[in-house]
Design a binder for this molecule. Structure first.
Ligand code: TTP
Ligand code: MG
Length: 463
């Protein structure tokens, strides 16, 4: 009985673009194709958003400090983000998925689940389904002018997602109904949705490391370890039984991370460290969502179960874990922790569209971390607009005489531009004064398949 899949057919599809931000940069900057490219905060305290597969060879990965990435891959191109360009391609991909099914659940700019049940997709015939997936990927590459996606198809969201991860990069993996448990068995228990650091550690203590170990564990043992609610769920997921529906109306209004502690905590310093870790998690999810948050909240449950929340709304909007953590720590400062704390959560809400300019903040070279109050009060323009327009590595620019290009480097009052774009490779490199009136920042080139007015309410561009 435990082996019965969630659906009799492989009718859930998961699609995830390969090295998304970096792939967009390589597409739009021909001289970077085939090269190591790192996208993220380019300043001393910046963090890597993602990098090209050429850079991953050197050990660079998402969420790593940019300074460390520079040590590992000093020859790589380090670029700030161009969110408008990422949104453009994301809209094209999501619109394509909506042509396949009415039920598309966008998880972030580059990732979505699609319900294939009741659509024209040949879910009864695995060979035909593989062809269908290849056609989808080819059409996606055509419309996005060369991005690639990996696709997994299975009997549930869990299996589809595991499939796309196995297919990465640029592949397809279909998991046949009935094969779920065998495919999951060798994977780390971290592959199970909902297994965060706390559950992971508990299970590790029991000697459970792979999903196969979890399959062999008794239900009563799991319940004893992780509780009445989570135990049976965990057991079902380990066997590939995941009944979560694909839901097209998922538009997150808030993102939060909370932890219940095994014993009541009174140590403020320890709680502050938890806040830093939770803020990092929350911000990674925010970044994948392509959003910035204006409101930061903490939730505290005391030993006597009274629950307390406090929120603060910023002048601007942020996706920076240090800013979120600084505000959350300040809010925790209003809490009498000696009463004993059994649960602590950090959350963000009040989303606004990603503004590429926010990546600048990490690029404020030479500035030390502002004090807590300064972080909160920092005078952003409204809604994450930059305090001033300035050039950052990777930005699209246009020069009156030389045409379109991108910022190769900027600093000390100078800007160096490579005059090339998607359709016109390998142009010259020239330097200008930063205040040269003939040079300005411009929007990314439009794309034929991008039709923003057709973006549905659940599209990734909605806010
Ligand atoms: P991912 O799909 O996790 O990564 P990816 O598309 O770059 O690479 P992969 O081929 O492994 O799928 O995330 C999608 C985009 O979200 C990524 O290009 C950049 C952004 N992102 C962040 O900004 N911060 C993060 O910590 C992560 C994980 C992603
Ligand atoms: Mg991806």
């Amino acid at each position: 009985m435990t082996e019965r899949p969630a659906r009799p057919q492989a009718s859930v599809l998961h699609l995830d673009l390969d090295a998304f931000f970096a792939a967009v940069e390589q597409r739009d900057k021909p001289s970077l194709r085939g090269k190591a490219v790192v996208v993220g905060g380019t300043g001393r305290r910046g963090v890597v958003s993602t990098c090209s597969y050429e850079a991953r060879v050197f050990g660079v990965h998402s969420a790593m400090p940019s300074a460390e990435a520079r040590r590992l891959a000093p020859h790589a191109a380090f670029l700030g983000g161009r969110f408008e360009a990422y949104r453009q391609s994301s809209r094209i991909v999501m619109a394509l998925l909506h042509e396949i099914s009415d039920t598309v659940e966008a998880m972030s700019l580059d990732e979505a689940f699609v319900d294939l049940a009741g659509t024209a997709a040949p879910v009864d015939d695995l060979a035909a389904l593989a062809d269908f997936a290849e056609e989808l990927r080819a059409e996606l590459s055509h419309r996005t002018l060369g991005l690639t996606a990996s696709v997994g198809i299975g009997s549930s969201k869990l299996m589809a997602k595991v499939g796309s991860e196995m297919a990465k990069p640029d592949g397809v993996r279909i998991i046949a109904p009935g094969d779920e448990a065998a495919v999951l068995a060798p994977l780390s228990i971290r592959s199970i949705p909902g297994v965060g650091p706390v559950t992971h550690e508990k299970l590790n203590r029991l000697g459970l490391r792979t999903v196969g170990d979890l399959q062999q564990a008794s239900l009563s043992e799991l319940v004893r370890e992780v509780g009445q609610a989570w135990g049976p769920e965990l057991h079902a997921l380990a066997w590939g039984r995941d009944h979560r529906p694909v839901s097209s109306h998922r538009e997150a209004k808030s993102i939060s991370q909370e932890n219940t502690f095994e014993t009541d905590v009174t140590d403020r310093e320890w709680l502050e460290q938890r806040i830093d870790a939770d803020a990092a998690q929350v911000c990674a999810r925010l970044q994948r969502h392509g959003s910035f948050a204006r409101t930061i909240q903490i939730k505290v449950r005391f030993a006597d179960f009274t629950t307390w929340t406090r929120a603060r709304t910023l002048n601007g909007a942020t996706d920076d874990p240090r800013r979120v953590a600084a505000v959350a720590r300040e809010l925790l400062g209003q809490v009498e922790v000696r009463r004993g704390i059994r649960l602590l959560g950090v959350g963000v809400s009040g989303f606004v569209d990603a503004a590429q300019e926010e990546l600048f903040w990490q690029g404020d070279e030479g500035q030390d971390l502002p004090a807590v109050t300064a972080t909160v009060e920092r005078a952003d323009g409204p809604f994450g607009r930059p305090r001033r327009e300035s050039y950052w590595p990777g930005a699209d620019v246009e020069h009156v005489a030389h045409g379109r290009g991108w910022v190769w480097g900027a600093g000390l009052g100078r800007v160096t531009v490579r005059f090339e774009h998607r359709d016109q490779p390998k142009g010259p490199v020239k330097s200008f004064r930063e205040d040269d009136p003939e040079l300005s920042l411009v929007d990314p080139l439009p794309m034929e398949w991008d039709r923003p007015e057709e973006d549905g309410p659940d599209g990734p561009g909605a806010s």
